[in-house]
Ligand binder design. Structure first.
Ligand code: PMP
Length: 396
């Protein structure tokens, strides 16, 4: 069968593959500790669920404007002002079926074949695939654990060429949990000020899952708001992954382009989700705070547990719900003739021997690491850490 050539440039995310594998093994009755999860293990807050039920009863069941209901876009603008101190008009906001679609809308709107896109690594898997779909050139900038996996102004400057179109990053970051501080963003912003042709996609989907207390958007610096696309959504902060709602806030021209792209792909996201989102965005952030309190406790536990496993190099991330230890000291070791040569091998070893699912860092362009999610109950995390310690200890 002759499928389109563009498919050869992309692949299914490793994260989704691991989740599938984990589900399959669980279905066989195996007691898997799943630490590959990319979503909060909490339920959507009751008041948001109630708003959705009300929306159905009130007849919000028809097509909506492509970029979302007018009062929803106002609610997003309200949120951006309240939380980020940024002024956006509703016309600059496009609501979509998730942060993922908002990123896709942005990349499709900006990147021409041959244009370069700088992505600091480790990074979230989808960024590069979208660039490749647009025949752009991905330029990875490796950021090791010693710099908490964050790009420095010097590295950014060195990666920029006259052909650079776009810079894409997340803070808090998936997979590393790293959060860029105000000072660090200021340093990057100073570099961008010197290169006015570069657009920035700032993925802030983990905004509320932050242990340092301050989330700063790069759009807050100097003139950068005029070429930054803020990406956000409800999936993580409100535990609403299945509802499918994300949004972008951007300069008007880009918002119009994203609206047009979306009008040909999906139209708007669900009318019911949109009505519930108004309640979420205008309401209190109590549930996010409760989640963060639980994540904070788990983070402390898992950080200590991982540090106690000889051979792992661990840092303490400031946000999201992931740990991203370097596991390269295990490469070359073996257990009963099975040799571990890379992070993929280690993930498979942990899956089949310890029955613990984690994701290989290769998926995030950092093949010396693994991603461990703590978006699961403390008892499961404890069990997972016990098994990991035991089975990693057997590798000689
Ligand atoms: N960006 C990052 C960094 C993510 O981790 C995710 C979800 N895994 C997304 C975007 C997509 O989120 P959504 O559910 O809103 O599409």
């Amino acid at each position: 069968m002759q499928l389109a050539e563009r498919l050869s440039r992309i692949s299914v995310p490793q994260t989704i593959r691991m989740a599938k594998l984990s589900r399959e093994l669980k279905a066989q009755g195996i007691d898997i500790v799943d630490l590959s999860i990319g979503e909060p293990d909490f339920d959507t807050p009751v008041h948001i669920r109630e708003a959705a039920k009300k929306a159905i009863d009130e007849g919000y069941t028809h097509y909506t404007p492509v970029a979302g209901y007018a009062d929803l876009k106002q609610a997003v603008a309200y949120k951006l002002k309240r939380d980020n101190g940024l002024e956006y008009s509703p016309e600059q906001i496009v609501v979509s079926t998730g942060a993922k679609q908002s990123i896709a809308n942005s990349v499709l709107s900006l990147v021409n074949p041959g244009e370069e896109v700088i992505i600091p690594t480790p990074y979230w898997v989808t960024y590069s695939e979208l660039v490749k779909l647009c025949q752009g050139v991905v330029k990875f900038v490796p950021c090791p654990i010693e710099q908490d996996y964050k790009i420095t102004p010097q590295q950014l400057e060195a990666a920029i060429t006259p052909n650079t179109k776009l810079f894409m990053f997340s803070s808090p970051c998936n997979p590393t949990g790293s959060v860029y501080s105000r000072k660090e963003l200021e340093g990057l912003a100073a570099v961008f000020e010197k290169h006015p042709q570069i657009f920035i996609i700032s993925d802030e989907i983990y905004e509320y899952i932050n242990y340092v207390g301050e989330h700063v958007s790069i759009a807050s610096f100097g003139s950068l708001k005029e070429r930054t696309i803020i990406i956000n959504g409800l999936s993580k902060g409100f535990a609403m992954t299945g509802w499918r709602l994300g949004y972008l806030a951007a300069p008007l021209e880009i918002a119009k382009a994203a609206d047009m792209v979306q009008s040909q792909f999906t139209s708007a996201t669900s009318s019911i989700t949109q009505r519930a989102a108004i309640t979420a965005l205008r309401g209190e952030l109590d549930t996010a705070k409760e989640m963060v309190a639980a994540f904070r406790e788990r983070r402390a536990f898992i950080f200590k547990a991982l540090r106690d496993i000889p051979g792992l190099v661990v840092n303490e991330p400031d946000g999201a719900f992931y740990m991203f230890p370097n596991v390269s000291s295990f490469f070359g070791r073996s257990y009963e003739g099975e040799q571990i040569n890379n992070a993929d091998d280690l993930c498979m070893y942990l899956l089949h021997k310890a029955n613990v699912t984690v994701v290989s860092g290769r998926a995030f362009e950092q093949p010396e690491c693994i991603r461990i999610s703590y978006a699961t109950g403390m008892d499961r995390i404890q069990e997972g850490m016990k098994r990991m310690k035991e089975w990693l200890g057997k590798l000689k």
